[in-house]
Design a binder for this molecule. Structure first.
Ligand SMILES: O=C(O)C(=O)C[C@]1(C(=O)O)C=C[C@@H](O)C=C1
Length: 288
């Protein structure tokens, strides 16, 4: 039973919004952490029951910190996924509301800044970018430092929470700006309530390593899924961090774990000399 849920804080980050959307009216305690790894460590240590972490943004791609920490350091399971819309706004301290065009720094999470690059390039070409641990952390900082001439990129809830003035709405460069968030848990299955009003998609995520120096290995991996008609919605490589050219692959299968097809594909991959690890089999909700 999930009672305590950790997220990248402070209050009013996008990850906090994802927690609120996913757990709706369920009475879960929502606990902020200053980094994604510290939040994942807290699940592994038993201080909290689950963590909600960003895994991929439609404009910026994977959140490498989350994927790498999950694979290399903290082996938790993905037990749920939400895809949430991301609307970035430019905000300032209310005392700067009339002179916001004169800001000399832009402060936010690196992903949020990256999602607004074209806007920043055209509207503030000479303004320095500074990275915060989260959009919420940037908003909190500026609320406590009214003397600084900073613009922050964050969401509407952060403007409310930290009493900031939104001076330019929807500054993300492309309309379709959504982020995927995973719910991480120490066991394969968590008793998660279904999300009212949404139809989930079933998914399974695997981590695969290839045998070394075997030509056509990736092709063979893909064939193990293809001839079983297992639909893949994502394949991504990340460095193993053991040497240039060594990668692991994250593969999303559009189906929950069954008793025949996915275990058959895994057995075939293992017979080829691949390493295969189940990262999770879960329901994914697109919140639109
Ligand atoms: O800084 C936040 O508000 C976060 O929740 C982190 C994060 C990310 O890591 O991508 C989450 C969603 C948005 O894409 C921007 C930032």
């Amino acid at each position: 039973m999930i009672q305590k849920v950790g997220y990248l804080g402070p209050k009013a980050t996008f990850t906090h919004l994802a927690v609120k959307k996913f757990f709706q009216d369920n009475q879960v305690e929502q606990i902020p952490f200053s980094t994604i790894p510290s939040c994942m460590d807290a699940v592994a240590n038993g201080d909290i029951d689950a963590a909600v972490v960003p895994t991929e943004n439609a404009l910026e791609g994977s959140v490498n910190l989350t994927i790498d920490y999950l694979v290399h350091d903290q082996p938790l399971y993905i037990v749920g996924e939400v895809i949430a819309p991301i609307k970035q706004h430019l905000m300032v301290h209310p005392s700067k509301a009339l002179c916001w065009e004169k800001i000399d720094r832009i402060y936010s999470h690196s992903h949020a800044i990256a999602q607004c690059h074209k806007f920043l390039h055209h509207s503030f070409p000479h303004v320095v970018h500074e990275y915060a641990t989260s959009t919420g952390a940037a908003a909190k900082y500026i609320s406590e430092h009214p003397e600084e001439n900073i613009g922050v990129i964050a969401n509407e809830l952060a403007a409310k929470e930290y009493k900031l003035k939104i001076v330019k709405e929807n500054i993300h460069d492309y309309d379709y700006n959504h982020t995927r968030f995973a719910i991480l848990y120490p066991e394969k299955e968590a008793d998660l309530p279904p999300l009212d009003g949404f139809t989930p998609r079933e998914k399974t995520t695997l981590m695969i390593t290839l045998p070394s120096d075997q030509s056509g290995a990736l092709h063979q991996v893909l064939s193990a899924f293809t001839w079983r008609k297992l639909n893949l919605s994502k394949i991504e490589s990340r460095p193993m961090k053991t040497g240039l050219g060594n990668y692991f692959f994250i593969i999303d299968i559009e189906m929950s774990m069954d008793e025949i097809l996915i275990p058959g594909a895994i057995a075939e991959l293992e017979a080829l000399g691949c390493g295969v690890k189940l990262l999770g089999t879960y329901c994914a909700y697109d919140l639109k």
